[in-house]
Design a protein around this ligand. Structure first.
Ligand SMILES: [Zn+2]
Length: 283
């Protein structure tokens, strides 16, 4: 079916105490894998691309890819700009047909983050495209998004941020980081409960790759309604390619190693969807 926006799926997740899985795709095989997983489990799904991914391809290429594959399935598929870093990129994603936009001003001082985020919300409103903002840094590195420390979201600032920007959802800093964890992160799950108590819009957890299933479930129980998975999908894809080529070093056909890589990503996405409890939740 045609791509959908994320308002409904996130609201339903928030009310039903489950979370929408949001998965980063880098190429056609990963888009196929994510949508196949969603269709198999009847799960609504968000496919997202970062600015770094969009430099590798383009908004038009990823949009066309996701829209074409989604057309052939019954489940709800949204395409989301992940960590949009400028008003310009956010507005171009909207014009391209992206059905959900993130503007990440979390590296800016609060007032500037509010101003940037509010301007994107205002721009997206006539098209009813939801906007995710971020407050409190998620540490680590995700493409061009880099910060050395994980900053915890301040509840009073979050309340002010949501009121003044009118964002549809909010990515919060609760101790997770992007990339691969060198040590087990210490998550402040009580902070999620606190934020959930004062923030009306769905809360988003970034940096979930490598977190134990129980930890992700606890975050969802406390009020997270969207969970992002990126790094571990890249790992699954690349390790599957490596394994195939090690066993078949004479292979020259990209389809030969693309297929097992796609299967590996699909299986991982299905596991993560079950952790998010979003299986069976498609309309
Ligand atoms: Zn992120």
């Amino acid at each position: 079916m045609p791509l959908v926006t994320t308002d409904n799926m996130l609201k339903k997740a928030q009310e039903g105490h489950w979370a929408v899985g949001a998965f980063n795709a880098e190429n056609m095989e990963m888009v196929q894998a994510i949508i196949e997983a969603a269709e198999t489990l009847k799960a609504p799904v968000m496919i997202q691309t970062t600015p770094g991914t969009l430099k590798y391809g383009s908004l038009a290429l990823y949009y066309a890819n996701v829209a074409a594959i989604a057309r052939g399935v019954k489940t709800e598929v949204a395409i989301h700009l992940d960590h949009g870093d400028t008003f310009d990129l956010a507005s171009r994603a909207l014009h391209e047909g992206y059905t959900s936009i993130m503007i990440d001003g979390s590296a800016l001082p609060l007032a500037e983050n509010i101003a940037l985020t509010a301007s994107v919300v205002k721009f997206c409103k006539p098209n009813s495209i939801p906007v995710e903002g971020e407050l409190g840094k998620v540490g680590g590195k995700e493409d061009d998004t880099k910060s050395s420390l994980s900053g915890y979201t301040d509840p009073a600032e979050a309340e002010e941020f949501v009121a003044r920007t009118n964002v549809s959802s909010l990515a919060v800093g609760v101790g997770t980081a992007h990339g691969v964890y060198a040590v087990t992160p210490v998550l402040n799950v009580d902070l999620i409960s606190t934020l959930r108590g004062i923030i009306q819009v769905p809360l988003v957890l970034h940096g979930a790759s490598g977190l134990e299933d129980d930890v992700v479930r606890e975050c969802i129980k406390r009020g997270i309604a969207k969970v992002n998975f990126a790094t571990e999908l890249r790992i699954a894809y690349t390790r599957a390619v490596q394994a195939y080529l090690e066993g078949n070093p004479k292979t020259i056909d990209p389809k030969k190693y693309g297929a097992p890589a796609r299967d590996a990503v699909r299986n991982l996405v299905m596991e993560r969807m079950k952790v998010c409890l979003c299986d069976g939740k498609a309309v």
